[in-house]
Write a protein of this length. Structure first.
Length: 192
């Protein structure tokens, strides 16, 4: 089965290369960070952000288990990533969001929220370089998830078509609450 995570990874792999600097804006249990780490290789860097210490610890553990040492870890709100990552402005190849709560956590109240997700998406605009990309997996089946997916969709929809390619992918023969992948890639400034 092609899961939303697999789809997001396939799209991210298209625009991330060896040596790139990328961001996992919702590190969680570290599986997306590990995937991104493999994409950028030892010459690249993954900046893994999560608002929960439990998630940052889990991500560190997964990376250590796989003997990966190409990540920086930030415990904090991705809505503030512009301030935290000023030195990387215009140098980021890809940014991944896998929304919702930490799978396996007891506390499901720590969850991504529309307002901070949109602030983080706005931060992406200055962090990404030419042809950089943003991937967002939104889960429409939990409280607030549908509202958050709508907010992300509106944000993606408003990206100027001269500057961005934007797609959304979701199953069309499943429940309307199944996950949706939003993917935006900055166009090249050079004539093709
Ligand atoms: C679905 S999980 C991410 C899954 C993860 N990428 C993985 O591979 O396991 C969503 C994560 O977003 C985090 N999160 C929620 N709000 C956040 C925020 N404002 N800033 C940063 N992380 C946040 C949660 O703590 C949770 O770990």
């Amino acid at each position: 089965m092609i899961t939303s995570v697999r789809l997001a990874h396939l799209l991210l792999k298209e625009c991330i290369h060896n040596g790139d600097i990328v961001i996992d804006a919702t590190a969680g249990n570290g599986y997306d960070t590990l995937f991104l780490s493999d994409c950028v290789g030892d010459a690249g860097t993954v900046i893994a952000i999560d608002i929960q210490a439990e998630a940052i610890n889990a991500t560190r553990q997964v990376m250590e288990l796989h003997q990966r040492s190409n990540a920086l870890y930030i415990l904090g709100d991705h809505a503030a990533m512009n301030d935290a990552l000023k030195e990387y402005e215009g140098n980021i190849a890809g940014i991944s969001f896998n929304l919702g709560y930490l799978p396996g956590a007891i506390d499901h109240t720590i969850i991504t929220k529309s307002s901070s997700t949109i602030s983080a998406l706005n931060a992406c605009l200055t962090l990404l370089h030419e042809q950089g990309c943003i991937s967002v997996i939104a889960y429409r089946g939990h409280d607030h998830g549908l509202e958050e997916a709508h907010a992300v969709e509106q944000w993606m929809h408003a990206l100027p078509s001269q500057e961005w390619h934007v797609v959304s992918i979701s199953a069309i023969n499943q429940s309307t609450t199944s996950p949706v992948v939003y993917f935006a890639r900055k166009k090249s400034l050079r004539p093709q």
